[in-house]
Design a protein around this ligand. Structure first.
Ligand code: KE4
Length: 425
């Protein structure tokens, strides 16, 4: 069987960087990325036979861990009927009913095939609905590789040090206003000056693509107030946080109603799915009803819908959020305890099954704070953890995820490894 080294050598001949998504290349943490042979529950088995407790969870979708039997059975059942029809199918209706039930702000929904498609389409819809061009986003937030949003972006763009991608026409970037998250003054000034030109604010309500950042009290409410006041569209990008921090996402936790919500990851149960939805008045601007065009050959694909439906139904039956919060706190306390003992400044923002690790004196409130943290310390911890059977995201600018498949024993084991990794620094 090919080792990761052998596979990576071949991959690099055929795919840029040997990967199909940049952050997988381990460029910021160094070394050869391992190739995964199979995955089950909370664990990955690499092409080299190593078994790893996984805190990436395929970047969020695997809320029930890998190869979940209920999700597998749902896919197998759908497969008996075929893989893609290109016509409406019953699964789409069931998915739409689930999503609009779980996220009440979403009155109507449109399925697509990735989080990027979801945010790209939501932006186009907001522009079409308002007749305006400008978009407000926040530095460090990543909304997928959308031309107009790859401006001061997070995730892999930030990891590789090019948050402003090449290939984006200046005319596109000129329509994107980038502000600092948690900076109410800049936000008020911007809307005072050009509120009538702003089609939308798009925000990760809890930014999780430059590590994990939490809002100052009142910040998200201010977004809502300014969008209402200036008739701009408030878009919550809950591709990552949706169904993860709560069944209804951040908007359920903070009690704020966005006009549109972008979704992805968990709703596909590991298969390619995105979605965007919101107020009927806005959504009905979409083709075939309205003038805003959006489409997709595989949108509402029956296999992907079946996987997502099973994943969401399992969340409804397990309602795992209290348990995931406890598991997240176990990791957080272990990390902070070890850092205190070592005398290392450490911040571990954590919400439920999401946590991040910043080697920083002060809490990280924005992009500047995140990029000023000691990423070399993170890289050391990443390597130690990987050598001891624990897989953290290969970048300080990502967020860790816990699944319902993580047993208490695996969390305890991982907490011990991470604490030891800090003490070994
Ligand atoms: P996708 O197009 O990758 O399905 O979703 C884009 C996206 C949109 N919005 C948010 C908040 C996201 O986090 C993402 C994608 N997340 C990254 C991980 N931080 C995907 C990992 C990757 O790019 O390989």
């Amino acid at each position: 069987m090919n080792t990761s080294e052998q596979l990576f050598a071949r991959a690099q001949e055929l795919m840029p960087g040997g990967v199909n998504s940049p952050v997988r290349a381990f460029r910021s943490v160094g070394g050869t990325p391992f190739f995964t042979q199979r995955a089950k529950g909370a664990r990955l088995t690499t092409a080299d036979g190593a078994e790893l407790i996984d805190f990436v969870c395929t970047w969020g979708p695997a809320i029930h861990g890998h190869n979940d039997p209920d999700v597998r059975n749902a896919i197998a059942g759908a497969l008996d009927n075929g893989t893609s029809f290109g016509t409406p199918n019953p699964y789409e209706v069931e998915m739409a009913e689930l999503l609009t039930e779980l996220v009440p702000s979403v009155e109507k929904i449109r399925m697509c095939n990735s989080g990027t498609e979801a945010t790209m389409s939501a932006i186009r819809l907001a522009r079409g609905y308002t007749g305006r061009d400008k978009i407000v986003k926040f530095a460090g937030c990543y909304h997928g590789h959308v031309d107009s949003l790859l401006v001061k972006a997070g995730s892999g763009a930030l990891t590789l040090g090019n948050p402003d991608s090449a290939g984006i026409p200046a005319s596109f970037a000129a329509e994107t206003i980038v502000l600092d998250y948690n900076d109410p003054h800049a936000l008020r000034e911007t809307f005072a000056a050009q509120g009538d030109q702003i089609a939308a604010i798009i925000v990760e309500p809890y930014p999780a693509n430059c590590g994990l950042i939490l809002p100052d009290v009142g910040f998200l409410q201010l977004l809502r107030e300014l969008c209402t006041q200036h008739q701009s569209v408030l878009i919550f990008d809950e591709v990552m946080t949706g169904f993860r921090v709560a069944a209804g996402g951040v908007q359920a936790l903070v009690g704020i109603t966005p006009d549109l919500t972008a979704m992805g990851k968990i709703i596909g149960g590991g298969l390619p799915v995105g979605a965007f939805g919101g107020r009927t008045e806005i959504m009905d601007q979409l083709a075939p009803l309205g003038p805003v065009y959006q489409a997709g050959t595989l949108s509402g694909n029956p296999l992907a819908m079946a996987a997502g439906i099973a994943s969401l139904k399992k969340l409804k039956s397990l309602w795992p959020y209290d348990r995931l919060e406890k598991l997240g706190q176990t990791i957080r306390h272990a990390l902070l305890g070890a850092a205190k003992e070592k005398g290392l400044p450490l911040q571990v923002p954590q919400v439920g099954s999401m946590y991040a690790v910043f080697f920083a004196e002060q809490p990280v409130r924005n992009y500047g704070d995140a990029t000023s943290s000691e990423t070399q310390h993170f890289n050391q911890l990443f390597k130690y953890a990987l050598d001891h059977g624990v897989y953290l995201p290969p970048s300080a600018y990502e967020t860790c995820f816990i699944s319902t498949a993580h047993e208490g024993s695996e969390i305890e084991q991982a907490a011990e490894v991470l604490a030891a990794g800090i003490l070994a620094m």
